[in-house]
Design a protein around this ligand. Structure first.
Ligand SMILES: CC(C)(COP(=O)(O)OP(=O)(O)OC[C@H]1O[C@@H](n2cnc3c(N)ncnc32)[C@H](O)[C@@H]1OP(=O)(O)O)[C@@H](O)C(=O)NCCC(=O)NCCS
Length: 180
C-alpha cells in the first residue's frame, strides 16, 4: 500500500531528504546537478512511500512569475521522480495529483521546466507548453533567459482564465543555478 505525506517546507529530516535526493538523482541521471536538488529542497514535498521505502517524490516551490504586468504567486514543480522499478504503475500520476492540488489550493499558477522525455506526461495532465520568450528579474534588472533547451509548462488553476500571450515575456524571479 502506498502512503502519501505532504511535508511542509522544513518538515523533512536530514535522512528523509537524503533519501529523496538519492531517488531524484537516480531518476534524472547525469543531467542532474547539485543546484537542481537545492531548488527542490525549498518546497513543499510530496512523499510517497511503500513498505516504509520512498517510491516517488515531488516538490512545489513558491516562486513569483510575472506576465503582462501581473505578478503570479506560482507553485513551481521540481524533482518529480518515481523509483525506476516502480515506474509505469501509476505513482507518477499520484504524485502529480497531489502536487497539482497544492498548486490549486495555494497558488495562482503552476509552472515547471520538463525534461524532454516527460513533456507528454505533463501535456496529458493539462499542462500547457509556454512557447513565448522568457526573462528573469535579477540583481541588475530584467535579463533575457530564453534557452531552446527549456521546456516550460504552465498549469492554470481556476481563477487564472485569461490566456497567456506568447508575444509577451514570461518573467521569473531570481535564484542560484538554472533560473527556470
Ligand atoms: C515521468 C515519471 C514521473 C512518470 O511516472 P510513472 O509512475 O512512470 O507514470 P504513471 O505510471 O503514473 O503514468 C501515468 C500516465 O502517464 C503516462 N506516462 C508515464 N510516463 C510518461 C512519459 N515519460 N511520457 C508520456 N507519458 C507518460 C502513462 O502512460 C500513464 O498514462 P495513462 O494515464 O493514459 O495510463 C517517471 O517516469 C520518472 O520518474 N521519470 C524519470 C524522472 C523524470 O523524467 N521526471 C520528470 C522531470 S520533469
Amino acid at each position: 500500500m502506498v502512503e502519501v505525506l505532504i511535508a511542509e517546507r522544513g518538515d523533512l529530516g536530514g535522512a528523509e531528504l537524503d533519501a529523496a535526493e538519492r531517488l531524484v538523482r537516480s531518476a534524472f541521471g547525469s543531467s542532474f546537478r547539485s543546484h537542481d536538488w537545492l531548488h527542490a529542497v525549498e518546497g513543499v514535498h510530496v512523499v510517497l512511500t511503500a513498505e516504509q521505502s520512498l517510491v516517488a517524490f515531488a516538490a512545489v516551490v513558491a516562486r513569483t512569475l510575472h506576465h503582462n504586468g501581473i505578478a503570479f504567486d506560482t507553485g513551481y514543480v521540481e524533482g518529480v521522480a518515481v523509483r525506476a522499478d516502480q515506474q509505469g504503475c501509476g505513482l507518477g500520476r499520484l504524485v502529480m495529483d497531489h502536487a497539482e492540488n497544492i498548486i490549486r489550493t495555494r497558488h495562482q499558477l503552476g509552472a515547471l521546466n520538463a525534461v524532454e522525455t516527460a513533456t507528454d506526461f505533463y501535456a496529458a495532465r493539462g499542462w500547457r507548453a509556454w512557447t513565448g520568450h522568457t526573462q528573469a528579474v535579477g540583481p541588475a534588472g530584467v535579463i533575457d533567459t530564453y534557452d531552446h533547451a527549456d521546456r516550460i509548462y504552465l498549469l492554470h488553476p481556476a481563477g487564472v482564465d485569461q490566456p497567456f500571450d506568447s508575444e509577451t515575456a514570461l518573467i521569473c524571479d531570481w535564484r542560484p543555478g538554472d533560473l527556470w
